[in-house]
Design a protein. Structure first.
Length: 754
């Protein structure tokens, strides 16, 4: 706080610099470097945190002594402290050029590259550091981190092992090696490393949670719980203890234990809004939706300015099926800082189900998403120099958080497994917290498996560009875990979105939306940010059912029961007053028929009752309604005769399952493309007669199917074989058409950039 003394030091430095300049100018002297006094004065300014003054002096020095490396090195450090990232990087680059043997300057440059996500440039710096001093444990660790951020797990492993050999007590290297082993599925060694780490940091909650996760993946549930409980924070911090344990249990999927800890924390402090949010999410994950919403609303009451509380409330309402409340909640969350792409994606997801807005009104929100998150500085959008495709394979990259046990596997796996290795070289950019058996299968389908968790958008974009990808495919859209931010950097000459979301991303930086003429009919181009690329003579889907668990098709239930059962296995957000009114009209036309509405959205009794009340208000007796949640879904389908598609947002995976179990379904063709998924699938099956274009036609088609039980029984007995012979399950044929589309897309890029 000695302002006067500090100012005196700065003034003295200025005077000395001017005097030296005047003296040299007078005698015509030319010196190659500043004096030791000047350098010592600058070091003193750095130690006094006088970064602005020091940078000002150094700018003068490097102008006078442009080849003095130490001045550039100091300037980089001063500018870094001032958060002038780009100028700091330039100064550090110049310092390394002038001081090629200065390892500290090289380390500073490597760290600057890392901070800007330029991991490909950081890597050679760290390699030089380890070559210069093989005993430098930190350099080996940092090299491992650089490789890890590029997804080069196998190469990162020996770096961490060497770092630990050189420095056995390194907490950071233990952390990194354990994380890597865990993600590679090497759980026994991961456990050993984590137990060694706990000897160094005995009460570290994050380490204990990581060990608990490893134990849980080995089926050692009780040991995992004990591990978390033993990691309690210091006894005097009683309030934080249950919260931390609850978070740990929740991350491990131990819901009841997590709930107990959060409730314990709220007994200590009922005004802790974040704990209410945590409890809401815990209950939501157990599908106790009414309780979850009560907790989210309590968090809002405690802290109306909590963005997270509003987003949590909205996400619960989305699961309940209250679209209006979900939209309002997401908009409130987006009005509070910070504005996140995740909340915006959730809003877009909710708007897709709106039965009252026009397609154009909905699309305008996607355009706003692009304005908020789809624009990156032009300087970061370098032109591509991919070589011509003639006489070489196309490099195709798939970006997805779903290379695991997930419903998207039924559609992604048949494409990736059928790619022709003579035509395409496939990369999988896997945004996975944990790998599973499905992940291992995917690894067998691709030549390059690149884990991306933890990589920034810029770093992943740089990796994709360095890999020389020709065609980059988004498989997630706005679903959870997406990496749409990467596509804004235009990391490949051609990019497209397919399958995972069912509609446009809104990003103009993505070139194409892979679809078909039914899903995106001619004239619908204005509803897509991307150009719709319509696969010829095929649906834009291919399906591989989990045959081993679905079992055989059963006989038509109506023949045994004496009445027809109609039904859907859709989530609650797809069911709105319009669909309920149409389904109630069908039940009035078929006075003995029953209806099944079954999905996880209806696990909560209060949500079930709300749906029952809407039907009974339209004159449908409660004993004809079967609303709830059962698993697996194909067992539910065994009790249904005719499937019902939803509108204006059609169902997806459940429609394929419905058909494969022998059921026909009726769909109402609506707005592109989420309102035409059902039509696309039926067109691919060769059953366009089940596609309705008005509500009345929808009703009539269901009634007609229900009125001819022999025909319905024949459909059930023959449909699976018909589906297996259709384009919906023609995996090689679909792969060839997709590969042809990729080649045509890239050829158009080549022609445009010739």
């Amino acid at each position: 706080m000695d302002e006067k003394g500090f100012a005196g030091k700065v003034e003295q430095a200025y005077v000395q610099m001017f005097e030296r300049w005047a003296t040299r100018t007078a005698v015509g002297a030319v010196e190659a470097s500043p004096s030791a006094d000047e350098m010592n004065g600058l070091v003193a300014l750095f130690n006094d945190e006088a970064y602005a003054q020091g940078a000002e002096i150094l700018h003068l020095l490097v102008e006078r002594y442009p080849r003095h490396g130490y001045s550039w090195k100091l300037l980089g450090s001063f500018l870094q402290k001032l958060n002038q990232v780009a100028p700091a990087l330039q100064a550090k680059q110049r310092a390394v050029q002038l001081l090629p043997n200065d390892m500290e300057a090289l380390f500073n440059l490597a760290m600057a590259y890392e901070q800007q996500g330029m991991v490909l440039k950081a890597e050679p710096c760290y390699r030089s550091l380890t070559a210069h001093n093989p005993a430098d444990a930190e350099a080996h660790h940092n090299l491992g981190n650089s490789l890890l951020r590029q997804g080069r797990y196998a190469e990162a492993m020996p770096c961490y092992r060497e770092s630990l050999r050189l420095e056995p007590d390194s907490v950071a290297s233990h952390h990194s090696l354990a994380w890597l082993l865990q993600n590679l599925g090497q759980l026994v060694e991961a456990e050993s490393v984590l137990r060694s780490l706990l000897q160094l940091v005995p009460r570290d909650v994050q380490v204990s949670m990581q060990l608990g996760r490893v134990l849980l993946r080995q089926g050692r549930r009780q040991e995992a719980k004990v591990c978390i409980r033993n990691a309690a924070v210091e006894p005097e911090d009683a309030e934080a203890n249950p919260v931390q344990q609850g978070n740990s249990f929740m991350e491990l999927g131990l819901w009841s234990d997590a709930e107990a800890e959060f409730r314990k924390a709220l007994e200590i402090d009922a005004t802790a809004d974040q704990v209410w949010v945590n409890l809401a999410n815990c209950l939501k994950d157990q599908f106790r939706l009414v309780e979850a919403n009560q907790c989210a609303l309590q968090a809002i009451e405690v802290n109306p300015g909590s963005m997270v509380a509003w987003a949590t409330h909205a996400s619960v309402m989305l699961m309940v099926g209250d679209r209006n409340a979900a939209e309002a909640g997401f908009r409130r969350a987006m009005a509070l800082p910070p504005l996140t792409s995740a909340n915006f994606s959730s809003l877009l997801f909710a708007l897709n189900y709106d039965p009252d807005r026009s397609p154009e009104e909905i699309y305008e929100n996607y355009a706003e998403y692009d304005r908020q998150f789809g624009v990156v500085p032009a300087a970061l959008l370098a032109p591509h120099d991919n070589p011509p495709a003639a006489r070489r394979r196309l490099k195709v990259g798939y970006v997805s958080p779903d290379f695991r046990n997930h419903v998207c596997t039924f559609f992604i796996e048949p494409l990736l497994s059928q790619h022709d290795a003579n035509l395409v070289e496939v990369y999988a950019y896997a945004e996975l917290k944990h790998e599973d058996a499905s992940s291992q299968r995917y690894k067998g389908y691709v030549e390059h498996w690149v884990p991306t968790m933890g990589m920034s958008d810029m770093a992943l974009a740089q990796r994709i560009r360095a890999d020389g990808i020709d065609v980059l495919v988004d498989l997630a859209g706005h679903t959870s875990g997406n990496r749409l931010g990467v596509f804004a950097y235009k990391p490949a000459p051609v990019s497209l979105s397919w399958m995972g979301y069912g509609y446009t991303t809104g990003l103009r930086s993505i070139d194409y939306y892979l679809t078909d003429v039914v899903g995106a009919p001619m004239g619908s181009e204005h509803l897509f940010a991307e150009a719709p690329w319509r696969l010829p003579d095929t649906a834009a889907w291919v399906y591989r059912p989990p045959q081993a668990v679905m079992g055989a098709v059963n006989l038509l239930p109506a023949l045994e029961r004496g009445y027809v059962t109609i039904g859907t296995l859709t989530r609650g957000i797809r069911v709105n007053p319009l669909t309920i009114r149409v389904w109630a009209s069908i039940l009035h036309r078929l006075p003995t028929a029953h209806i099944v509405i079954d999905s996880s959205s209806f696990k909560d009794h209060s949500v079930q009752q709300s749906m029952v009340d809407q039907f009974t208000a339209l004159g449908i007796a409660e004993d004809r309604l079967h609303i709830g949640f059962s698993s697996p879904p194909w067992d539910v389908l065994r009790g249904i005769d005719i499937g019902l598609d939803c509108f204006p947002h059609n169902s997806g995976t459940t429609l394929f399952e419905t058909l494969y179990m022998g059921l026909p379904y009726v769909t109402l063709a609506g707005r592109p493309s989420v309102g035409r998924l059902g039509s696309t699938i039926l067109q691919g099956l060769g059953r366009s007669e089940w596609i309705a274009h008005t509500e009345d036609e929808y009703i009539e088609k269901v009634v007609a199917l229900a009125s001819d039980l022999p025909a319905l029984a024949h459909i059930r007995a023959t449909q699976r074989s018909k589906m297996e012979a259709s384009q919906l399950m023609d995996e090689p044929g679909f792969a060839r058409k997709v590969e042809a589309a990729y080649a045509q897309m890239f050829a158009l890029w080549e022609e445009k950039n010739a």
